[in-house]
Design a protein around this ligand. Structure first.
Ligand SMILES: C[S@@+](CC[C@H](N)C(=O)[O-])C[C@H]1O[C@@H](n2cnc3c(N)ncnc32)[C@H](O)[C@@H]1O
Ligand code: SF4
Length: 387
């Protein structure tokens, strides 16, 4: 490797992301790399073989580094058998140094047969479940193309609480035709289940989805803002802190894996379409794996799972860092900017001054934090750091 132009004084913490790409049914709003598949037809063993080969081929990039968290995402990872997840985690443990207190999250959908596996996922080593509920209203669940109803969602969250010390519940808001009262009902039901961590996303109409082709009528912007205000009030009243734009947690229950993304930490992503960001002393590299599951398996098993491998341009690093760090209520330490981009603070002094003059950030000699206004106009704030 020729020397890069950056000077990273230390490498950031490292996380592992594992992508499992299949779902029972494709939701009309979803642009994740997920593909419809009947569980009986799922090539579980072959995919696990491919993941192992993928990880082995990637090891030289992260040699000797400790892995602090694993996130098994999708798709619907809970379609995999507990034995399959157990094998995956054994394969990982045998190849990388996993921190003793590593957080291991698995994304689960609230289908009935999946709920009955939650305890077995725990026994396989998963420490945290992330349950994708989206809404507790059967009408909205149907409109969102979900395969579960609200009764199943409640049962799944109760089972997650019984099986795990910590778990996350995903909701979406600003749903087609949703009123403020209906949003309040969803949040009230979610809070009644006392989740230690809640993620609430504004429904976005993503390109190349069914909803992009046949757009539903979603609430106007001012109503969506009013919904967000209600969410923030209602969650705060039950002791959940909004620590990131879409994430709310009880003390001690923040998601370490996502926290690491937002702090511009490193992650190795294995599996179909998975993204990686890996730092070296003089460069930061991004990789993407082959996206289509069959193509991914064939290529990973032959030792070349990677579709794209690029060095992040020096001029792109400030914006990439801010895209993540400014999502956090606590913002970032100036030292972390230096450590993780390898750039001097002078590289961001001008946009920082502009952001401060516009009331979008506050800062002292150590940290930079988005203000309330900065949180409300986040993309404008992040845009100031574009090269
Ligand atoms: C990787 S996805 C899927 C997890 C799981 N398969 C599920 O659907 O429950 C993680 C979360 O992203 C959110 N999400 C997905 N598509 C979205 C969209 N278009 N707009 C807003 N949130 C979205 C959902 O809350 C979802 O639970
Ligand atoms: S179940 Fe989750 S990953 Fe699968 S299509 Fe629906 S939102 Fe996407």
């Amino acid at each position: 490797m020729r020397p890069g132009t950056l000077q990273l004084p230390a490498l950031p913490p490292l996380a592992l992301y594992v992508h499992l790409p299949w779902c029972l049914k494709k939701c009309p709003y979803c642009d994740f790399n997920s593909h419809e598949m009947q569980p009986s037809a799922m090539p579980e063993q072959r995919y696990l073989d491919a993941l192992r080969a993928d990880l082995e081929a990637a090891l030289p990039l992260v040699w000797g580094r400790e892995v602090h968290s694993i996130f098994i995402g999708g798709g619907t990872p809970s379609l995999f058998s507990p034995q399959g997840i157990d094998r995956l985690l054994s394969d990982v443990r045998a190849r990388v140094k996993l921190a003793a207190d590593a957080e291991i999250t698995l994304e689960a959908n609230p289908g009935t047969f999946e709920k009955d596996r939650f305890k077995a996922f725990r026994a396989a080593g998963v420490t945290r479940l992330s349950v994708g509920v989206q809404s507790f209203n059967d009408g909205f669940l149907r409109a969102l193309g979900r395969v579960h109803d609200s009764r199943q969602a409640i049962a799944a969250v109760e089972e997650a609480a019984a099986s795990f010390d910590t778990f996350n519940l995903d909701l979406m808001y600003a749903l087609p035709g949703q009123t403020l009262e209906q949003l309040e009902q969803d949040v009230t039901q979610a809070l009644a289940l006392m989740p230690p961590h809640l993620s609430i996303y504004h429904l976005t109409i993503e390109p190349n989805t069914y909803f992009a082709k046949f757009p539903p009528v979603t609430p106007p912007e001012d109503l969506a803002y009013a919904m967000l205000d209600r969410i923030t009030e209602m969650t705060a009243a039950t002791g959940l802190e909004r620590y990131e734009v879409s994430a709310y947690a009880k003390p001690g229950h923040r998601c370490w894996h996502n926290w690491n993304y937002w702090q511009f930490g490193d992650y190795l992503g294995i599996g179909a379409g998975a993204h990686s960001k890996i730092s070296f002393p003089h460069r930061v590299v991004r990789q993407v794996r082959k996206r289509e599951p069959k193509l991914y398996m064939d290529n990973a098993l032959a030792g070349h799972a990677i579709a794209q491998d690029d060095e992040v341009a020096r001029s792109d690093l400030p914006f990439e860092f801010m895209l993540n760090a400014l999502r956090l209520r606590e913002g970032f330490a100036l030292q972390d900017f230096r450590d993780r981009t390898g750039l001097p603070l002078s590289a961001i002094e001008k946009p920082l001054q502009e952001a401060q003059a516009k009331g979008l950030i506050e800062r002292d000699l150590v940290r930079v934090r988005p203000t309330e206004r900065g949180f409300d106009f986040l993309s404008d704030l992040q845009g100031l750091f574009l090269s």
